[in-house]
Ligand binder design. Sequence first.
Ligand code: ADP
Ligand code: ADP
Length: 228
Amino acid sequence: MIRFDHVFKRYPNGREALSDLSLEIESGEVVFLTGHSGAGKSSLLKLISLIERPTRGQLIVNGQNVNGVKRSKVPAFRRQIGMVFQDHKLLHDRTIFDNVALPLIIAGVGTKEIGKRVRAALDQVGLLGRENSVPLELSTGEQQRVGIARAVVSKPPVLIADEPTGNLDPELSLEVMNIFRRFNEVGVTVLVASHDLYLLEHFPVRRVRLEGGRIVDDIPAGVSAGEK
Ligand code: ADP
Ligand code: ADP
């Protein structure tokens, strides 16, 4: 589903964020991406979502070589990837419905289909019935769930999340991870950048640890961090 083949990412200021990185993530996997601040986690996710381009090497996402995706095709490419952020980036002057509908409106989906899909996405995150609220009327945890609904409303095969639980207490973090797991159970490949130790302890999924832009550890699902 995602394959990095000797990928380098160097920013214009000369900073090398990823260095000769090779990584393969199968369809249907859940993977935690860990490592200290500055290790390259965000950069790796930004390459998958084509927010940034590799400097060198090859990256295949859902059968497509990102190097071959023209700038005009980037929005269409991104529709296959649901993105969840720590600061959920909701539009505060729009309703929950409008926030979740946004990717579908941009994609030119019809009104009736939008209504159906938005309600399905809100149902999946436990927020059906809150369509007409605005973000500030919701708790932090609920706002994060709106961000997740928006990420999955286009039914992407891949979901990537950058520190999705950074602002949440442990209980809400587990809730968010459980929502990701339910998407995974229906076949979505999930990649979560996190240094939330509480989450890592509770979900024995594959863990890839970065350090200085290189993979220093790749622990398969089912092995607890302590055993390694
Ligand atoms: P992480 O998400 O693990 O904290 P990042 O991918 O954000 O790591 O950063 C990896 C390295 O790349 C850091 O040294 C960071 O300062 C640098 N970096 C990240 N984004 C940029 C950018 N847009 N321009 C220059 N350097 C950057
Ligand atoms: P918050 O703490 O963010 O305010 P709550 O935990 O109080 O949210 O839950 C608000 C509502 O959403 C409750 O009715 C709860 O049953 C429902 N809910 C919470 N988490 C989920 C979930 N993961 N999936 C479905 N429904 C949920």
